[in-house]
Design a protein around this ligand. Structure first.
Ligand code: NZQ
Ligand code: ZN
Length: 389
């Protein structure tokens, strides 16, 4: 097991009614608040009015309309308000896109240059405003990690900004706030959580503790996602998905295992940069193809272990057959929760030229493809994209 440092400085209020903590947590930081949210979902659910009522003694400025796959233009708009109004605390109410945009706003509000410069060079983050989050969609883990993923339409780039100063100060996780999440977003969020685990589980180095955490999170998502889709108000299913989301992406699932290359995310971010698709949908489509790419004599036991631990597959003498069953089970699960199987199903027509561009960018932005369980070259990345069409 490798040496590691671990610190998640985010205070979590989890459970029914935890929104009641919002006022005290916010005013403990300050009373000039930038409230960041997305489209209409928090207005439709009544959450917007609840938040406003709870902060009635604060001066609240709104930044509305943060896009799924949040744009750097929204970050710039938020940072401008923070600078002009002397904001004390940023409050993100929404899904991962709203949280990510808010994190980048927190950093850009304390920076003299342009927000995109910080995405390109994380060393330019030296200070950040404090962030409080109210999560409304279980998926990305942004509520419990230090990452933000920001899109730039001018350059067709979607890149991560990761910095310890970007951990939320406080995250309010009330599973009831996810009752209104539609089936397709519940499914996409579940695929995202599973992918976060796969990125850490199918890796060159693992240990028994990390395996146990990963397998439990996977089993939890597989058990709870269909329940939440069938019955959106199933508190227990929504609650377990919400906590799975937070655990899956904050690093705790791979402590001691060294560098994690995250190939599926690097490739999916190219798809959503060019085609603005839902992140979890792109991941679900790519995942089985990446798994099949990396299955060989060297990795076959890992896939058999996964099939047994996560899907209760019985041991087989034919190890390749068992490993392929484990991958097929993964694919079947995504289909069962209504996720598409191919990029063509999304109506995308992707030229060879575009595939070459995406593969090149993925390799440039993520320089760890050679550290994957089965190392990946530029040609391999292109082939996996092609197989996913
Ligand atoms: O915009 P509104 O109206 O709020 O609607 C949103 C949006 O249309 C809706 N929604 C959210 N909560 C809802 C709801 N609808 C009804 N009821 C609710 N309670 O769902 C739609 C999708 O929201 P979004 O925030 O985009 O989804 P998600 O949480 O999956 O976030 C995706 C973004 O996070 C990035 C992705 O790349 C993508 O840009 N990621 C962030 C990570 C991180 N910070 O660590 C890691 C991930 O791997 C990922 O890359
Ligand atoms: Zn993800």
């Amino acid at each position: 097991m490798d040496n590691f440092q671990f610190c998640t400085p985010t205070k979590v209020h989890f459970g029914k009614g935890s929104l009641d903590k919002l006022h005290d947590e916010v005013v403990a930081i300050g009373k000039k608040v930038l409230l960041v949210y997305g489209g209409q979902s928090i207005k439709r659910s009544g959450l917007y009015d609840q938040v406003k009522a709870k902060l009635s003694d604060c001066e609240v400025f709104d930044l509305a309309g943060v896009e799924p796959n949040p744009r750097v233009t929204s970050v710039r708009a938020g940072a401008k308000i923070c600078k002009e109004q002397g904001i004390d605390v940023v409050l993100a109410v929404g899904g991962g896109s709203v949280l990510d945009c808010s994190k980048a706003i927190c950093a850009a509000a304390c920076y003299d240059g342009d927000a995109w410069e910080q995405v390109l060079d994380w060393n330019k983050v030296t200070k950040a405003l404090p962030l409080v989050t109210v999560l409304t969609l279980a998926a990305t883990g942004s509520e419990f990690d230090a990452a933000a993923v920001i899109s730039n339409l001018d350059t067709d780039e979607k890149l991560a900004l990761i910095h310890p100063l970007l951990y939320p100060r406080v995250s309010i996780l009330d599973p009831e706030l996810t009752y209104s999440v539609p089936a397709n977003q519940t499914a996409a969020g579940s695929a995202d959580m599973m992918s976060h685990i796969f990125e850490q589980y199918f890796a060159s180095s693992t240990n028994l503790i990390s395996d146990g955490i990963c397998e439990t999170v996977l089993r939890t998502v597989i058990a709870c996602a269909p329940r939440a889709i069938a019955n959106p108000d199933d508190y227990d299913a929504r609650a377990q998905l919400m906590w799975a989301s937070s655990l899956a992406c904050n690093g705790i699932c791979s402590l001691g295992n060294g560098v994690m290359p995250w190939p599926c995310h690097a490739m999916e971010h190219e798809l959503s940069a060019y085609y603005d698709i839902t992140h979890g949908v792109g991941l679900a489509i790519l995942t089985p193809h990446l798994m099949r790419f990396s299955l060989n004599e060297k990795t076959v036991e890992r896939y058999c272990h996964y099939g047994k631990a996560v899907f209760d597959l019985l041991e087989e003498d034919d190890r390749m057959a068992m490993a392929n069953k484990a991958i097929a089970k993964t694919e079947e699960f995504f289909a069962k929760i209504g996720l598409p199987k191919s990029l063509s199903e999304l109506g995308l027509e992707i030229s060879d030229e575009r595939i070459a561009d995406m593969a090149k960018h993925a390799l440039e932005h993520n320089q760890a493809f050679h550290l994957c369980m089965e190392p990946m070259t530029l040609e391999d990345i292109k082939q996996v994209f092609k197989n996913a069409i």
